[in-house]
Ligand binder design. Structure first.
Ligand code: G3P
Ligand code: MG
Length: 347
């Protein structure tokens, strides 16, 4: 507890500032921790010259698993305990849409995982592309379901089902068939497969869990991501129908995601550290100028009590020698330097 008399210095927690971390390209690359990440976490947990602990949360655009599963994985990778109370991924804010839409198509990720995530969010009737292919194999001429996919998929008469919204939860594992199915729905009458709208203006809305065109995986160079699928889908819709397609993306840099992060951090600091006031500064460490730095800087203009301070690392999407499209407060080599930067600035 901050300022409690008799609390030894090595266990005191600061209420003045906090950290928020992007994951891919900052802490993890291709499933492996970035070497400095483990030391950076130790430093926040009190292994620093001031013997102070700094509260922190994680805000990733990634997804495809439940928050709880992802935290178990992150705990192992970073050798710390990560709780779902300090974790947001791209699709976390989508849980607030579960009341609005009954039957939804959920796209992306591995196997049945995203269906489980969506059901966990309270979506009542979750359809996957596999369900649609199982019902009608001719949907995707060059894509056959594997034995497992066939077994897990739930066929029904989709001619009688109204799909009310489309949610892309995680990266598509098969762009051609996923895009075919999304396009069929967008061109349909009210989300009924097998129908075609005359003016292509009756299809369901499409939501993406984020808009990162590229991201940082195990390859040396950036890899195309969900934002690329979005661009592709919009271009394809235009090519086929002659019309513009409006889509919505969650995740960073959206203000809503940073508001969500603020509430999470507030709750986390209260529940685990007994801190009831907002921090003076939140250091946000990211590797993608368009998502992390842009979002942090814009959000900073929106909030009154807290300063959101953007820190750009050189271990991910942003590469040394280039000029970031959105300028951070500071650029550092890696996440350990980002943690040192904030701690030194504060003391
Ligand atoms: O697909 C995930 C990627 O686009 C970004 O993840 O952790 O860098 O926000 P992150
Ligand atoms: Mg990143």
């Amino acid at each position: 507890t901050p300022g409690t008399p008799g609390t030894p210095a090595e266990t005191s927690v600061t209420d003045k500032y906090a950290y928020a971390f992007d994951i891919d390209g900052v802490l993890i690359r291709g499933g492996k921790p970035i070497p400095e990440a483990i030391q950076a976490m130790k430093m926040l947990n009190g292994e620093n010259e001031y013997g102070i602990k700094v509260p922190y949360i994680f805000v990733t655009n990634g997804g495809g698993k439940t928050e709880a599963e992802r935290c178990i994985q992150l705990s192992q990778q970073l050798e710390i305990e990560v709780s779902p109370g300090q974790f947001i991924c791209g699709h976390t804010p989508m849980r607030e849409m579960a009341e609005r839409y009954h039957t939804v198509l959920v796209v992306g990720g591995e196997g049945e995982k995203c269906r489980q995530v969506a059901e966990g969010y309270g979506f009542k009737d979750v359809v996957t592309p596999g369900d649609i292919i199982k019902d009608n194999q001719d949907t995707t001429p060059f894509r056959k379901l594997t034995t497992d996919e066939y077994k897990n998929s739930r066929a029904r008469n989709f001619g009688e089902t109204e799909i009310e919204a489309i949610f892309v939860f995680a990266d598509s594992r098969d762009w051609a068939s996923d895009q075919q199915i999304i396009l069929d729905l967008l061109m349909s009458k009210h989300g009924r497969l097998g129908t075609r709208s005359e003016n292509f203006d009756e299809g369901p809305p499409v939501f993406f869990s984020h808009n990162d065109v590229v991201w940082s995986a195990s390859h040396d160079l950036t890899r195309i991501g969900m934002g690329a699928l979005r661009v592709s889908l919009e271009a394809m819709f235009k090519a086929v129908t002659g019309k513009e397609l409006q889509t919505t993306a969650f995740g960073k840099p959206q203000i809503g995601t940073f508001q969500f992060a603020t509430r999470l951090l507030q709750q986390w600091r209260k529940d685990t550290h007994g801190i009831d006031s907002p921090p003076d500064t939140v250091y946000f460490v990211g590797d993608t100028p368009e998502s992390d730095i842009r979002g942090t800087n814009e959000f900073d203009k929106h909030v009154e009590n807290t300063h959101w301070y953007s820190l750009l690392v050189r271990t991910g999407v942003f590469q040394a020698g280039t000029k970031p499209r959105f300028a951070p407060k500071a650029t550092v080599d890696n996440v350990l330097d980002a943690v040192k930067h904030g701690i030194e600035r504060e003391h």
